[in-house]
Design a protein around this ligand. Structure first.
Ligand SMILES: [Mg+2]
Length: 278
């Protein structure tokens, strides 16, 4: 989720608060008095509906299962082709194979914003798999396909990430296959994809964010992201398999023009301004 491009200044400013708020388990706090007369919106109130959809809608579950079922079909098609190349599938981690929605719920509950508490969540290593992800990756692995986990979590978050992936039962998790973000200046995954492609045929990629697939989507505005999807539409549902994430992503960053310095009120206004009314 560091794919959210939170600015460094933001992270440092919130570091102390993060420590103060770090608790081992979610507990209702004074910020979360939900009685009707005392209800006050959280500074992460905008996440309520999206997180709720992700957690309680069986439709979300069905969409994830559908995406990985399609991934398996496409992998089978690729496996039917004769090649001497070693095959690989490339998956993102956050909201592609691991479900961090409890962290989003904590942002709402504790009246805080990302990235406060993110590192603690990673170190808990308790995220459960996205529906269908485990079955698909185990299937790919059973067919001799390498699984590469390409994430924009940071190098210092590698141990917690590795622990979580292994605890959740994911296959082929190693130093060779778990590729963290190493360049603090760039969130692009292209150099990592290129390194994998040197020795592998990448059968398909799975992600919740368009930057999980190709560099052409990086740092584009809303209209240009849409246009880039149309241009590459032949890839979607074939080599590119998208998992739904209504909680965050570059789609949200594009609404803020990739500028995270705004106040809660400014961001609320930018969200409203981006709504299409006809
Ligand atoms: Mg992701």
């Amino acid at each position: 989720m560091t794919s959210r491009h939170a600015p460094l200044s933001h992270r440092f400013a919130l570091a102390a608060l993060a420590l103060a708020l770090a608790t081992p388990a979610l507990a209702r706090t004074a910020n979360a008095d939900l009685s009707a007369e005392n209800y006050t919106p959280s500074s992460s109130e905008h996440l309520v509906q999206a997180t709720l959809w992700f957690q309680v809608s069986a439709e979300a579950r069905a969409l994830c299962i559908q995406s990985f079922a399609l991934a398996r079909l496409m992998l089978d098609q690729d496996l039917a082709l004769k090649t001497k190349e070693k095959r690989a599938v490339v998956v993102d981690v956050d909201e592609t194979v691991l479900d961090n929605s409890p962290y989003e719920a904590r942002l709402v509950e504790k009246n805080i914003n990302y990235p406060t508490g993110w590192r603690d969540w990673i170190d808990e290593a308790s995220a459960i798999p996205i529906p269908g992800a485990l079955e698909f990756l185990k299937y790919a692995h059973s067919k001799g396909v390498r699984v590469f986990y390409v994430t924009n979590r940071k190098e210092e978050e590698k141990e917690g990430t590795r622990k979580n992936l292994i605890a959740a039962g994911f296959p082929d998790v190693s130093n060779e296959t778990l590729l963290m973000r190493v360049d603090p200046k760039s969130s692009s995954k292209e150099p990592r994809r290129m390194a994998i492609a040197k020795n592998h045929r990448i059968s398909l990629l799975v992600g919740d964010n368009l930057n999980d697939f190709a560099d052409v989507f990086e740092k584009k505005n809303i209209a240009d992201r849409m246009a880039a999807v149309d241009k590459l539409q032949a890839e979607f549902g074939k080599r590119f398999i998208v998992i739904p994430n209504p909680m965050y992503g570059d789609w949200e960053a594009a609404v803020f023009n990739y500028d995270w310095k705004g106040t809660d009120a400014q961001r609320a206004r930018q969200r409203r301004q981006a709504l299409r009314l006809n």
